[in-house]
Design a binder for this molecule. Structure first.
Ligand SMILES: *Cc1c(COP(=O)(O)O)cnc(C)c1O
Length: 344
């Protein structure tokens, strides 16, 4: 899964690396992402997973994308486009096996498969579903969704072409529900070094097989100021010094995805040591209290996400401060900052 700009890691660069490593196909959400992959020279199948609008059918054909059908809206347009190009088109069908968001309901699956089969140029190449609670596998819900999926397939198996492929596993399913691997798997967050269930996953899997976070987010100290006790700092004076303090400024703010809700809450790493963010994070500046960590000067590296010495701040920890999940942190930081790729 390289949707959302590869979870903030850069879709094209990640796709090139992953394709060279031998992935069978890519998953994106939108047609526009699929076009970008093709224009970058990606050759393997590209699944457009969020459904498509009829007016994009031509582009789907032209760029040789594989649409995931979520209802009848685009069937006609896809068949038409394929007919115009005179070439058959693979489609995959999304079944709502318990996700409750998108897809064909189990009771109408058989009829829908017939509808697709009746289209001259469309070939049913796959059926998929998605887990809503793969980050909470101990609830047993994913087993239930998998059972519904398997049962639905069994009921229509004689309607399906031999070559039809089945897939359901996201990262959570892939690692923790072996029965969900079927013909293909669709890992997303795990490609980028994180667990679907966040810190719980990391503590469960710690050891040499643990996933390694891919992204770092670093900046540099712009300026260090000495401040007396009792001084209010920054917007709204959200923080007041209680002692003589040294405050470092970094040129990072909410414009860079370092959101305001991290004010007075986040920590960063300087020289391998943790230092707290103090006061309001502003548009382009953030203040760090470096009083307790020895000499710090302009130009020193500040690690907002990643490792410094023996300390590490990962996206799950930042997600906890932001009351969200690592997925959102990675999308934000990656998308809003200059990226450099390092071969390791
Ligand atoms: C995003 C997505 C995935 C990947 O999920 P992760 O939890 O990131 O592994 C898999 N399948 C579909 C349909 C998705 O939209």
């Amino acid at each position: 899964m390289v949707k959302a700009d590869a979870y903030g890691h850069g879709m094209i660069d990640c796709a090139r690396t992953l394709e060279a490593a031998g992935v069978a196909a890519f998953g994106v959400a939108d047609v526009i992402e699929g076009i970008a992959l093709r224009e970058a020279g990606v050759a393997v199948p590209v699944y457009v997973l969020a459904g498509i609008l009829p007016e994009t059918a031509q582009a789907v054909l032209r760029y040789d994308l594989t649409p995931v059908i979520v209802d009848g809206t685009s069937l006609e347009a896809l068949d038409h486009a394929a007919a115009r190009y005179g070439k058959p088109m693979d489609v995959h069908l999304k079944l709502d096996a318990g996700m409750g968001r998108q897809g064909v309901a189990p009771e109408v699956l058989a009829g829908f498969v017939e509808q697709v089969a009746a289209k001259q140029y469309l070939q049913l190449a796959g059926i998929l579903a998605h887990f809503p609670m793969a980050d909470a596998l101990d609830t047993g819900h994913s087993e239930q969704v998998l059972a519904v999926f398997n049962q639905c397939i069994d009921e229509i198996r004689d309607q399906l072409p031999e070559s039809c492929r089945f897939h359901i596993a996201n990262s959570g399913g892939l690692f923790r529900l072996a029965g969900s691997r079927l013909d293909m798997v669709r890992p997303g967050i795990s490609l980028y070094g994180y667990y679907a269930d966040g810190e719980a996953g990391r503590s469960r899997e710690s050891g040499e097989n643990a996933l390694q976070p891919v992204m770092r987010f670093t900046s540099r100290v712009l300026q260090v100021r000495e401040v007396k006790a009792g001084v209010g700092l920054g917007y709204n004076h959200l923080f007041t010094t209680d002692k003589f303090s040294r405050i470092a400024l970094i040129p990072v703010g909410y414009e860079d995805g370092y959101l305001r809700c991290l004010s007075n809450r986040a920590e960063v790493l300087i020289h391998g040591r943790r230092a707290p963010v103090v006061g309001r994070i502003s548009m382009s500046l953030t203040m760090i209290d470096v009083t307790g960590i020895g000499p710090v000067q302009a130009g020193d590296e500040v690690v907002l996400l990643g490792r410094s010495g023996r300390e590490e701040i990962n996206a799950d920890e930042i997600a906890r401060w932001m009351q969200t999940i690592s997925y959102e942190v990675l999308c934000l930081f990656g998308k809003m900052n200059e990226r450099y790729y390092i071969k390791v």
